[in-house]
Design a protein around this ligand. Structure first.
Ligand code: PGA
Length: 255
């Protein structure tokens, strides 16, 4: 069986001043030594990225941007390009988060174009997908996440599989306190694994990490991580507090 190293990333969204970001980043950096069996990342707001990268540069803490523009430069007021993010020293970029899809009109084609450019720039895309409540209730979950996954991976070679992270985040579970049950999560993760094997081939598809996201907290992480196709988590609210995020990172490995 392919061993996939778990990856847990905190998505701070539009929160934290530079001082707050540095405080949180320092606390996480300090516990990393005892957590060698997982990859740990944070995704601070753009305003704090530069300082945070400098603060953690001597550690293994991953620093991810939350968003990018697809063009390398030009008249796109307010946007940040992929070369600019690489220049900052980020190693990962979140793509297609449901909040970006909902409020900023992002779609699978855009995510696909950005994923290719992020990889070409030597960074790693964290591709976020997930169904809305109405879609789940209409039994369209597999159709929706299958389409999002295939769209995001279109034209990517199997050789990049290890550089890609997929984050399955049911929209109805984000910021609502409603986590998918462990069985609900595994059901979709298992489906996504099957799709990855088909799209990238059996060997490469088995190496892609699939994170779960949506109201992950210290109380529910262990059960989620015990599922065979849950390879990590994308954590929003609970990653803004050092104690709760560290509680998540120290999930029960035996569960
Ligand atoms: P949440 O957010 O943990 O606050 O539900 C997860 C996410 O949006 O990545």
């Amino acid at each position: 069986m392919t061993q996939r190293k778990p990856i847990i990333i905190g998505n701070w969204k539009m929160n934290c001043t530079i001082a707050e970001s540095l405080d949180l980043a320092s606390k996480l950096r300090d516990v990393l030594g005892g957590l060698r069996d997982i990859e740990v990342g944070i995704s601070p707001p753009f305003t704090a990225l530069s300082e945070v990268v400098k603060r953690v540069q001597d550690s293994d803490l991953i620093v991810a941007a939350q968003h990018c523009h697809v063009e390398d430069g030009g008249a796109f007021t307010g946007e940040t390009s992929i070369p600019m993010i690489a220049d900052l020293g980020c190693s990962h970029v979140l793509l297609g988060h449901s909040e970006r899809r909902q409020y900023f009109g992002e779609d699978d084609r855009g995510v696909n174009a950005k994923a290719k450019k992020v990889l070409a720039a030597g960074m790693r895309p964290v591709i976020c997908i997930g169904e809305r409540l109405s879609e789940r209730e209409a039994n369209q979950t597999f159709e929706v996440v299958g389409r999002q996954l295939a769209g995001a991976l279109e034209g990517l070679p199997a050789s990049v599989a290890e550089q890609i992270v997929v984050a399955y985040e049911p929209v109805w579970a984000i910021g609502t306190g409603k986590t998918a049950s462990t069985a609900q999560a595994q059901e979709v993760h298992g489906f996504l694994r099957g799709q990855l094997l088909e799209i990238l081939g059996a060997e490469a598809g088995a190496t892609v990490r699939i994170q779960y996201g949506g109201s992950v907290k210290p109380e529910n992480i262990s059960g989620l991580m015990a599922q065979p196709d849950v390879d990590g988590a994308l954590v929003g609210g609970a990653s803004l507090n050092a104690e709760s995020f560290i509680g998540i990172l120290k999930y029960d490995r035996q569960a």
